[in-house]
Design a protein around this ligand. Structure first.
Ligand code: PEP
Length: 251
């Protein structure tokens, strides 16, 4: 039985004064939730504040990115050891906005995944097709390539801890959610590819999240799908009440 994961990606939102009041309200609201892993991924500069604010609560903190070298002359970058020493437990890797606007490739995704695992940080690998790729019936080709290259040369033992997020690019921030059937079909494909790479036992352990306009009113049906083990939530994680409702999805 895979433990569900509900992760919020704040992207480049919120100013410092909002961060602490969010954390106080949200931590109180979900203090009784025990059956899911709850993660919030704020911008880098709020990581330490949230690690402290969520100490002794069910909420863990994740970064939205990391560099693959551990240290050195890389102005502006943040490394795995830095994140780990701050109390960060997860990191999003290969988000489509990084791929679209900042030149992220499957090769750099692979370097970052390995660096995260080396530093005992759980990577959340994002994969997903654009609208054009879906319309050209390339969805499975794109997903297969992103998994095969992004997770290239990983040992099954370390692959077991990773989280994969299926995020169709056409559904991110657009209000268009993949139907539960579309999402389930791609999640099943992802598990199949993971099984061919790492064996069926490992593939059964890996949590696969759906992301793309997840909201309080569509999370329940998505979470009922066999291969959907959680959600990666952008916009709806910015408001503590709507994120609480998502965390308290009903199966
Ligand atoms: C995301 O940023 O990963 C995401 C899925 O965003 P949204 O929920 O706003 O579509």
């Amino acid at each position: 039985m895979r433990r569900p994961v509900i992760a919020g990606n704040w992207k480049m939102h919120k100013e410092f004064s909002e961060v602490v009041s969010y954390a106080t309200r949200f931590a109180k609201a979900i203090s009784d939730v025990r059956d899911s892993d709850i993660i919030i991924c704020p911008p880098f500069i709020y990581l330490r504040t949230l690690v402290e604010a969520f100490k002794d609560t069910p909420v863990s903190v994740g970064a939205q990115m990391m560099y693959w070298e551990d240290k050195g002359a890389y102005t502006g970058e943040i490394s795995g050891p830095m994140l780990k020493s701050t109390g960060v437990e997860y990191v999003i890797i290969g988000h489509s906005e990084r791929r679209q606007y900042f030149g992220e490739t499957d090769d750099t995704v692979n370097l970052r995944i390995k660096a995260a695992l080396r530093n005992h940080i759980i990577p959340i690998l994002c994969v997903g097709e654009t609208l054009e790729q879906r319309e050209n019936s390339e969805t499975f080709d794109v997903i297969d390539r992103q998994l095969l290259q992004g997770l290239d040369s990983l040992e099954a033992a370390s692959a077991e801890s990773i989280i994969v997020a299926y995020e169709p690019v056409w559904a991110i921030g657009t209000g268009k959610t993949a139907t539960p059937e579309i999402a389930q079909e791609v999640h099943e494909r992802i598990r199949h590819v993971l099984s061919s790479m790492f064996g069926s036992h490992t593939a059964e352990e890996i949590r696969i999240l759906y992301g793309g306009s997840v909201k309080p009113d569509n999370v329940d049906e998505l979470m009922r799908q066999k291969d959907i083990d959680g959600a990666l939530v952008g916009g709806a994680s910015l408001d503590p009440e709507s994120f609480e409702r998502i965390v308290r999805y009903k199966e």
